[in-house]
Design a protein around this ligand. Structure first.
Ligand code: ATP
Ligand code: MG
Ligand code: MG
Ligand code: MG
Length: 474
């Protein structure tokens, strides 16, 4: 089943069940204090908090998401993309747990021939918060999932809140068992590589008082209007339905791996390290395509920095596969072709998108050689186990356009560390100077984290806020 078909079935199912189909918001968050939308619920936050009345009581969407905090997982796990699509159904004070559970089970287990996703119910597992006995009863009564395949978890995994007083509630997640070839028995508690998390149901039912940490908070009482927020990973469902090994091998992603093979003359599946590189390339190219499509340009700050990092990481991974010529003029059209059934606007806007990408690759290739040489000398000088000075990392960044992460990665490949705090100091010094020069130049990304109700800190929606950005862009 093609990814676009899964998406179509999803929207059709929830529309039939009274949900308003809402288009994906841009991948760029409208809240300046987070960089990218990281979950389907983000565009509905005003309705969940009651700041604005919801124009509908039920909604569904397939949201473009970017989670930069998953970048290190990409290509190594089977299931983390920097870009991915989150299918969601939402209730604003309308239906609650019982219907959320019934909908999810029906869509997953209805046979393909009858319009469902056709998952074998015997392979589905469920997690429930250990204080949420009512939800166990609902699973048993409404779906027939046996008690042995329901696992109890605590606040760390199965409670969602915003990180501050306000709404919160239990979660219940659905996992798919890939079978004994993929890991040990024992449900998601035992092995999250074998048991793949596909769908998170969040029940917003409490008003929280003090929130001291992810797991430590006070429940003040029940919310007057209870909400449902769910998120299903479209690529995860696609890879399970398509019978491939991971989300980078689905119809919307795999053609880029094939193109990387053609360019490098290497075969996928022959060498574990190369395979990771190919998956990284496929993921990053697709993410960059979407991010540029939504209007971001490469730069040294914020979203532009993330984009730059994705593009340069992809180019560098291709270098490690042995390709020194420009690669984006091959990889970008390939990715666009694979994505255009779902995102026709990528094709319409491809001239502009590709120009942005190719210019970035050109700029990077111009300095990659000299930067690599500089780094090579530094590495040789300090030797394995040594540490390169922050000034070198700064020059690599400033003159050769090496994102710090690239420097760290390349140094680590030679068993060498980098004086990051020295680098950070030089960077802030430079920023300070730039700021003085530009006088009251407006603060770019809002620094006012408090304005953003860290609503996304956990559960369905990991918050990738300014902390994460500054860690990224040091
Ligand atoms: P995981 O534990 O696997 O990292 P998560 O608990 O962080 O996932 P949620 O925040 O619950 O994920 O998001 C809802 C759904 O979105 C998940 O059940 C999963 O199917 C999907 N999802 C989350 N992160 C990613 C990602 N980086 N790439 C692809 N799909 C994802
Ligand atoms: Mg996660
Ligand atoms: Mg999880
Ligand atoms: Mg989850």
């Amino acid at each position: 089943m093609k990814t676009a078909e899964i998406k179509r079935r999803w929207l059709e199912f929830f529309e039939k069940n009274g949900h308003t189909v809402v288009p994906s918001a841009s991948v760029i968050s409208s809240d300046p204090s987070i960089l990218f939308n990281i979950a389907g619920m983000v565009q509905f936050i005003p309705y969940f908090t009651g700041r604005e009345p919801a124009p509908y009581s039920r909604a569904t969407s397939v949201q473009k998401c970017v989670r930069t905090q998953d970048i290190e997982e990409v290509g190594k796990t089977t299931r983390h993309g920097t870009f991915f699509q989150m299918n969601g159904n939402f209730s604003f004070g309308d239906y609650f747990k019982e219907d959320a559970i019934t909908f999810a089970w029906a869509l997953l287990t209805t046979p393909e021939a009858d319009g469902g996703l056709g998952f074998d119910p015997e392979r589905l597992w469920v997690t429930v918060h250990h204080d949420d006995a009512a939800t166990i009863d609902l699973w048993l009564a409404r779906t027939g999932v046996p008690r042995e395949r329901i696992q109890m978890r605590g606040n760390a995994d199965n409670f969602w809140h915003t990180g501050q007083p306000g709404p919160g509630g239990y979660c219940s997640e659905i996992y798919y068992d890939r079978g004994p070839d993929y890991g040990v028995e024992g449900g998601p508690e035992a092995d999250e590589d074998r048991y793949i998390e596909i769908w998170n149901l969040v029940f917003m039912e409490f008003e929280l008082g003090a929130v001291r940490s992810k797991t430590d908070f006070d429940i003040k009482g029940e919310l007057p209007a209870k909400n449902i927020d769910t998120g299903m990973g479209l690529e995860r469902v696609a890879f399970l339905k398509q019978g491939v090994e991971n989300m980078y091998e689905i119809d919307e992603v795999y053609p880029v791996i094939e193109a990387a093979c053609t360019l490098s003359g290497k075969s996928y599946g022959a060498h574990a390290e190369d395979d990771v590189r190919m998956r990284v390339v496929a993921d990053h190219i697709r993410s960059a395509l979407i991010i540029i499509g939504d209007g971001v340009r490469p730069g040294n700050e914020g979203r532009g920095y993330i984009l730059r990092r994705l593009l340069r990481r992809a180019v560098r991974a291709m270098r490690l596969l042995g390709v020194t010529d420009p690669v984006l003029p091959t990889l970008f059209p390939t990715s666009m072709e694979a994505m255009r059934a779902s995102y026709p606007e990528l094709e319409a806007d491809f001239d502009r998108i590709s120009r942005v990408a190719y210019a970035e690759e050109k700029a990077f290739l111009r300095t990659l050689e000299s930067g690599t040489a500089l780094l090579g000398h530094a590495v040789e000088k300090v030797g394995r186990g040594g540490t390169i000075g922050g000034d070198i990392a700064f020059t690599l960044h400033d003159t050769h356009g090496f994102p710090i992460d690239l420097t760290l990665e390349m140094a680590a490949e030679h068993g060498v560390a980098v004086d990051e705090s020295g680098f950070t100091e030089l960077m802030s010094e430079q920023r300070r100077r730039a700021k003085e020069d530009a006088k009251a130049k407006k603060g770019g990304l809002a620094k006012d984290l408090s304005a953003f109700s860290a609503l996304l800190e956990s559960g369905a929606s990991e918050f990738v806020g300014y902390d994460n950005l500054s860690a990224d862009s040091r």
